[in-house]
Write a protein that binds this ligand. Structure first.
Ligand SMILES: *Cc1c(COP(=O)(O)O)cnc(C)c1O
Length: 461
């Protein structure tokens, strides 16, 4: 078939109309989906037709069938898990990423997207107050970014002992001990699994889930051999940050590599208000964060940052360590992430940052935290509500009394559809967890959300 640009027109026109009507529906529709995956599979999973279908008709069918199964994650009253919405500039840029269809792996082949990602990476280092010479890779999310940082660390701690993990693998290698806080995120456990490092040794944390430096020192004193320490900036239930400077100093005194999982919490570093809470963050060796959470770009977009470029490029590039020199200049994007071929997912990050500007990024992050405090204050007034965490950032965790009552209120709340908050367990209790991650949440959303919880508690026996 000869290429005709007009072949795209009808389908893209439909997509544009549907996109706008979806976005207009987000603030007013029930937040929860109204169909189950099994119900939708019955529609989508019909036998593949023998003959082709017009692209525009495919889009009609796709969108109209999917509609009841969509969660309004972009709603200002969606507080589930830790999921952001999407900023207008980021969404539009994401459309361009698909339209350009660049395979974003090589500077030489796809210079525009490589340059945009390098620029976005440099802006991120500046905003997050991390060392300016670090390498920045755009991954699918923080799970992959955790794997990148820990892979760079795994290679480096073994290299210092004369062991080349890229050549020799892990079999017969010096045994690496991994230390992580008691409240480590499951994605770090996954990343360690991918790397063949198994389960970490858990270091006791305080009541907000922060790693205790004295316990870290005790654990390190017992270890003879290479060590990776995984710290956390932003605990899922409390939002709390591990004491960075203290933990990193202790770890470095013991020759450990320090990786920080800051999927959402790393963004606190942009705000002068929290700079003190994250003091020393920049002295770690690697960091993982998400752009699809706090920065509100579309899925999927995580960020892996490694202070020592050689450690990152040996882990993911195709050249071995002895071929890497400082004069090598910027890496090819594929040398910074697990994939060779991939979409240029750093482009929406550039667009988001460009549209917000420095002050906009700070207001975005501070605004999320201010909304979390406002929600906590409003909810604390409701009878029987107990706020369980110190609300230091974007996370609020509460209980309505017994586990049964908390679960009952949570179910009622979600079913009503005005908001979405997550049922979870924390410190052996059933809890309701709120994560304020959406750029569009405003005072009215906060008020309405408190009212929705009030209704759910009232109806509860
Ligand atoms: C969300 C999250 C992750 C995992 O990020 P993905 O983008 O889902 O891969 C890791 N750590 C923390 C603290 C998180 O909140």
């Amino acid at each position: 078939m000869p290429f005709d640009p007009e072949d795209y027109t009808a389908a893209l026109d439909r997509a544009h109309v549907y996109a706008e009507s979806w976005l207009a529906s987000v603030p007013v529709r029930p937040v929860h989906p109204t169909a189950t995956a099994d119900e939708l599979l019955a529609e989508f999973g019909k036998p593949l037709p023998d003959s082709p279908t017009e692209p525009s008709a495919v889009i009609d069918e796709l969108v109209l069938t999917a509609e009841p199964g969509l969660m309004a994650i972009g709603s200002g009253r969606f507080f589930g898990w830790v999921m952001g919405g999407t900023l207008p500039a980021a969404l539009a840029a994401d459309w361009m990423v698909s339209t350009w269809d660049q395979n974003g792996g090589m500077r030489y082949a796809t210079p525009a997207t490589a340059a945009i990602e390098e620029a976005a990476g440099a802006w991120l280092l500046d905003l997050l107050r991390l060392p300016s010479g670090s390498d920045v890779g755009f991954t699918t999310g923080a799970t992959a970014a955790n794997m990148v940082g820990l892979a760079a660390g795994r290679g480096e701690v073994l290299r210092r002992l004369g062991w080349d993990v890229d050549e020799q693998g892990l079999q017969g290698a010096p045994v690496i001990t991994v230390l992580a806080g008691e409240q480590v995120h499951a994605s770090v456990l996954l990343a360690l699994r991918y790397l063949g490092l198994g389960k970490p040794q858990l270091v006791p944390a305080d009541d907000q889930g922060r790693m205790r430096p004295d316990e870290l020192a005790l654990a390190l004193a017992e270890i003879d051999g290479p060590v990776l320490v995984a710290l956390q900036a932003g605990e899922l239930h409390s939002g709390a940050f591990d004491p960075m400077r203290e933990c990193i100093e202790i770890a470095h005194e013991n020759g450990a590599w320090v990786h920080v999982d800051g999927a959402f919490g790393l963004w606190a570093a942009v705000s002068p208000r929290w700079a003190a809470l994250l003091d020393g963050l920049d002295t770690a060796d690697s960091w993982a964060t998400d752009a699809h959470k706090t920065l509100n770009v579309p899925y999927d977009c995580g960020v892996a940052i490694v202070a020592n470029p050689a450690a990152m490029r040996t882990a993911f590039g195709v050249r071995t360590a002895y071929l890497l020199r400082d004069s090598d200049g910027p890496a090819d994007p594929f040398e910074l992430v697990p994939e060779m071929s991939r979409r240029a997912r750093g482009v929406p990050v550039w667009a988001a940052l460009r549209s917000l500007g420095r002050s906009g990024v700070i207001s975005l992050v501070e605004g999320l935290a201010a909304n979390a405090r406002a929600l906590a204050a409003g909810l604390a007034e409701l009878p029987g509500v107990e706020i369980l965490n110190d609300v230091v950032f974007t996370q609020v965790t509460l209980s309505f009394g017994s586990d049964e009552r908390t679960q009952e209120v949570t179910q009622r709340l979600i079913a009503e559809g005005a908001v979405w908050m997550s049922g979870s367990r924390w410190r052996d209790r059933a809890v309701l967890r709120i994560s304020v991650s959406n750029w569009s949440t405003d005072e009215a959303d906060v008020r309405e959300s408190v009212e929705a919880v009030r209704r759910a508690t009232r109806e509860s026996s």
